[in-house]
Design a protein around this ligand. Structure first.
Ligand SMILES: Cc1cc2nc3c(=O)[nH]c(=O)nc-3n(C[C@H](O)[C@H](O)[C@H](O)COP(=O)(O)OP(=O)(O)OC[C@H]3O[C@@H](n4cnc5c(N)ncnc54)[C@H](O)[C@@H]3O)c2cc1C
Length: 395
């Protein structure tokens, strides 16, 4: 980027914006890209995880730019009535490693941390300092915001990286330990063994409310660790309050956030798995598709991303329906039964579910058999409007 001008300006250096900048640079090194991030580092304070099979070869290659935690011994889930070991291998990327990888992989002039964008349009962006940078294409990857046009519930969590004073003995990631007490939400503990004496423990809730009681969750993690016999200190902490989308008017949602001629991408653009709230595999696919589209006419980029967003919304309708059953048909303390039943299904189906690639047969299979919720409540939920996702974010 020279003289306040760039080919592509990307606003928001989180997961989506960062991967898009990286993919464009790799596919079209001759295009100039400028990535504007309000914070001092790229990626915020997150740990993103995914199953190995969620990504194809190109996606895996794109993430080759980053140092990651990788487990090859499968994963595990725990419910009150059973524990199951699954074969899918798991991966995890810490945002500090994301930041480091971005700075290594992109030219110095492409990365602009500490740059808050105050205004954007199809012809460029304006920083809060008043600096104007003209661009041939602008991609908006700022944070997702709550919206009255979408309905659903919330996934709230607090995760701690712990150091134990003796080996913790956990061999593989535990995606859900739902054998814990179930308060007014579907609660599970998520465990990642990061080293023989390091472990990431996250206390998660599928909750009707976005309220996050940090003290309470810290206490519950501490109790959980004590019960496992782990004496430990906290090394790092992160929190999340993510919408679980069960329905709504997607066109109205996009219209509310769109700027004419600007490509609206990332979680803000609706590129999320509606039920798990995860975005990593979707962000990778999107970054690669945008990079390819950027090889052509840049004035068509916003339209191409809009089309992808609409397609993604249509293709994920089924997960919103399941979310509706979870939030509107199951009583909070009984929500774990939905997952307990789901995890008894064949593993390839579970794998496709997490990657949001369920086949028509999978969809049928998930819904057949004795439902884990009362039929009357299920019918009422399906006919109901759902709750608008406007209760604010993290307090
Ligand atoms: C703690 C946490 C853990 C998660 N774990 C997982 C996981 O394991 N797997 C998974 O797939 N998903 C996970 N998610 C969900 C999802 O993948 C993340 O929320 C993901 O970071 C969304 O990516 P994004 O780029 O769309 O938005 P963000 O990562 O939120 O990035 C938006 C960026 O835009 C910047 N920004 C905002 N306004 C401006 C402005 N005006 N100017 C410049 N920059 C601006 C912000 O500072 C931010 O860095 C997690 C989410 C959280 C919060």
């Amino acid at each position: 980027m020279t003289g306040g001008q760039t080919d592509i300006a990307i606003v928001g250096g989180g997961l989506a914006g960062g991967l898009t900048a990286l993919a464009i640079h790799r596919v079209n090194p001759r295009l100039s890209v400028a990535l504007f991030e309000a914070g001092d580092s790229f990626g915020g304070n997150h740990r993103w995880s995914w199953f190995e099979g969620d990504l194809d070869e190109r996606g895996t290659e794109l993430l080759g730019a980053f140092k990651k935690a990788e487990w090859s011994g499968g994963n595990e889930v725990r419910f009150p009535s059973y524990t199951r070991q699954l074969a899918s291998n798991y991966r995890s990327l810490d945002s500090r490693d994301f930041d480091e990888g971005m700075r290594r992989a992109l030219p110095q002039e492409s990365i602009r941390p500490g740059s808050r964008v105050a205004g954007l349009d199809a012809a460029g962006i304006t920083l809060d300092t008043g600096e104007r940078i003209a661009a041939r294409a602008v991609i908006d990857c700022r944070d997702a915001v709550p919206s009255e046009h979408l309905t659903g519930g919330w996934q709230v969590f607090l995760g701690q990286h712990l150091r134990t004073d003796a080996p913790h003995g956990l061999a593989r990631p535990v995606i859900m330990d739902a054998s814990v007490e179930q308060p007014d939400a579907y609660r599970f503990v998520y465990l990642l063994p990061l080293g023989h004496d390091e472990i990431f423990v996250e206390d998660t809730y599928y909750s009707d409310s976005p309220a996050l009681d940090r003290e309470c969750l810290r206490e519950r993690i501490s109790t959980y660790a004590r019960d496992k016999g782990w004496a430990c200190e906290v090394v790092h902490e992160e929190t999340g309050v993510l919408p679980v989308i069960t329905g709504g008017d997607f066109a109205a949602y996009r219209a509310e956030l769109s700027t004419p001629g600007v490509a609206l991408s990332g979680a803000r653009g609706g590129f999320v798995h509606p039920l798990t709230s995860y975005t990593l595999p979707i962000a990778v696919d999107n970054a690669l598709a945008i990079a390819e589209a950027a090889s052509g006419d840049l004035s068509q980029l916003a339209g191409a991303v809009e089309e992808r967003a609409q397609q993604h919304w249509s293709q994920t309708a089924y997960y919103r329906l399941l979310g509706k059953m979870l939030f509107d048909a199951a009583l909070p303390r009984e929500r774990y039964r939905v997952f307990e039943r789901f995890y008894r299904l064949p593993e390839p189906l579970i794998t496709r579910f997490y990657a949001a690639r369920s086949s028509p047969m999978d969809k049928l299979r998930i819904l057949t058999g004795r439902p884990p919720v009362a039929i009357g409540r299920a019918v009422k939920a399906l006919l109901g409007k759902g709750t608008p996702l406007v209760q604010g974010t993290e307090p």
